[in-house]
Design a protein. Structure first.
Length: 204
């Protein structure tokens, strides 16, 4: 089975709420939605319930704190052991990204209302934590003046340290150091950086 995550905010096959949450998938070309309904629960909707478990597994790659999945009737279709959720001050978090997409900021406004709504993946690193995802939500926390967010500690690969090294070369040590840019500028600058890094080119 081929499962593809939808990364855009405009797609008539899906609800706008779930598009903003990045919970939309195509499983063998058929649309499926995973809508987060609490800090550990989500509802799955789609044509074939036989593929719900596979969609849930794919979704948890991005959101490991979601451990209970229901169908539209409220019946549990997949559950996982609970995970520990940490509370971290923003200054404890080292970004692994430089830029924040303004369009993504507008999207998270629709479902992030309190610091407790932000749960990101982090990698413990000495006395701090490296953010592996959720940089838009982190920057939104900065914009709102929030002092802390929540996080789940997960493993990562060596590429993470390369991104952190490049971030620190640019003076980025805390979420506030990232730069908010337009969607077009984000795609141009961040995609170019990632392509150059993975290609082994020298990064200026």
């Amino acid at each position: 089975m081929e499962i593809q995550r939808i990364d855009t905010y405009e797609d008539s096959r899906f609800s706008q709420t779930v598009l903003h949450q990045h919970g939309c998938f195509l499983a063998d070309g058929k649309p499926y939605e995973v809508e987060v309904i609490s800090d550990h629960e989500a509802t799955i909707r789609g044509e074939n319930q036989m593929v719900y478990a596979a969609v849930a597994e794919e979704f948890r790659f991005y959101t490991p704190h979601i451990t209970r999945f229901y169908d539209r009737d409220g019946k549990i279709v997949k559950k996982y052991p609970p995970v520990q959720v940490l509370t971290l001050r923003l200054e404890q978090i080292q970004p692994s990204q430089f830029f924040v997409d303004a369009d993504k900021i507008e999207a998270v406004r629709s479902f992030i209302h309190t610091p407790q709504d932000i749960i990101i993946q982090v990698l413990p690193n000495k006395d701090r934590f490296i953010s592996l995802d959720g940089h838009t939500r982190l920057y939104y926390a900065v914009m709102k003046g929030w002092k802390y967010v929540r996080a789940v500690a997960v493993p990562s690969d060596d590429w993470t340290y390369k991104f952190v090294s490049e971030a620190q070369k640019r003076g980025i040590y805390v979420p506030n150091d990232m730069t908010l840019v337009s969607h077009a500028e984000y795609e141009e600058k961040w995609d170019r950086f990632c392509n150059d890094l993975f290609a082994g080119d020298r990064i200026e």
